[in-house]
Ligand binder design. Sequence first.
Ligand SMILES: [Zn+2]
Length: 219
Amino acid sequence: MSPFPQQLIDGYRTFTSQRLPTEQSRYRELSERGQSPEVMVIGCCDSRVSPEVIFDAGPGELFVVRNVANLVPVYAPDGGAHGVSAALEYAVNALRVKHVVVLGHAQCGGIRAFIDNIEPLSPGDFIGRWMSMFIKPGETVSQRDRESMADFTVRIEKAAVFRSLENLMTFSFVQTLVARGELSLHGAYFGVAEGSLFVLDQEAKEFRSAREMLRANSE
Ligand SMILES: [Zn+2]
């Protein structure tokens, strides 16, 4: 059997010598009091898009669920085991988070697989079946006239954020709390190469640069 990855042991050593000393009391407090994060993030598994890193979050600050292409399924009380729905239920009904953020990103492998309609990686084809929830029955997704492949990909990556936000509202507990103003839903998109963040303006249905928002705020 191969040993536990050395990279992780080394990382843990750094954690105990650098981060833990400054956060020890926070960990202790969280252990005694329990967690009470105000924000849930639904992001992609992609190793380049860690919500804790992007939002510089400490322990207890973000309740995170990550899956291929940051998808939220439609509410389906069908007796199946639904991981995202379970996490959502816990975050909203038990932890009473105030915000749910769907975080999409550039160069998403899940979206790429969906666009390219690639051959299944296994006979079980988990990715294909997972990504199929992205489209509604009868819906088709195709490249527009004169739309470059790069633009098409970004459009679909952002559409995944819109679809997840739409699907969040199929959960009655989400609907109720949103109507009461006790829960808000948000979309964001991370550009890997530049480390750029775009925040969804839901009225305009457009993503706006967070850097520009920061600049406007500091003026
Ligand atoms: Zn992804």
